[in-house]
Design a protein around this ligand. Structure first.
Ligand code: COA
Length: 144
């Protein structure tokens, strides 16, 4: 968690979350962990808190999404939602191609997040300033 997220905490919508304490799914290549998704369920909503793939474009992220979709449906959730940031173009494409829709934009939310987690960079590796939060959701009542 530390190597991928800069610290043991994740900040989203002004909340501090501790992914290591959450339920999740991991993918392995042999005994080597190559993917991890953590989530939390509250009031019929399933929030993806983190998702990471260390071997991109091999289907790991998709498998993790399918796993959490199945779990959320078994638990009776109406939707899966998550927060990502404006710079994360890869994630924005990835989620939308898998049925997620952008349902909210929180302009400048990262300024507040940085007060709780100073490790959040000003700029992403692709050069885009990290400023805003976007909320995406997958409506489980509509999706297959
Ligand atoms: C976003 C993320 C989880 C996607 O994981 P991933 O393992 O690359 O996802 P997949 O391999 O399932 O899908 C990625 C692409 O590879 C393609 N792909 C899947 N298996 C493939 C294969 N065997 N050969 C070639 N391409 C393949 C998929 O079709 C997909 O393309 P598409 O989105 O155009 O349909 C990953 O990029 C990541 O860890 N990013 C950094 C952390 C992050 O930003 N997390 C989200 C924060 S909100």
């Amino acid at each position: 968690m530390k190597s991928h997220w800069g610290s043991n905490i994740v900040v989203a919508k002004g909340r501090v979350l501790h992914p290591v304490e959450l339920s999740g799914f991991a993918t392995f290549k042999g005994s080597n962990p190559v993917g991890l998704l953590t989530y939390r369920i509250e009031g019929g909503d399933c929030e993806i808190v983190t998702i990471d793939s260390t071997a991109e474009d091999e289907g790991i992220g998709t498998a993790l999404i399918e796993a959490v979709k199945k779990r959320a449906k078994v638990k009776g959730c109406r939707r899966i939602w998550l927060i990502t940031t404006n710079d994360n173009l890869r994630a924005l494409g990835f989620y939308q191609k898998r049925g997620f829709r952008i349902v909210a934009l929180y302009p400048n939310a990262i300024e507040k997040s940085r007060k709780l987690k100073p490790q959040i960079s000003m700029k992403a590796v692709n050069g885009i300033p990290i400023r805003d939060e976007l909320e995406l959701e997958l409506n489980l009542e509509e999706s297959e």
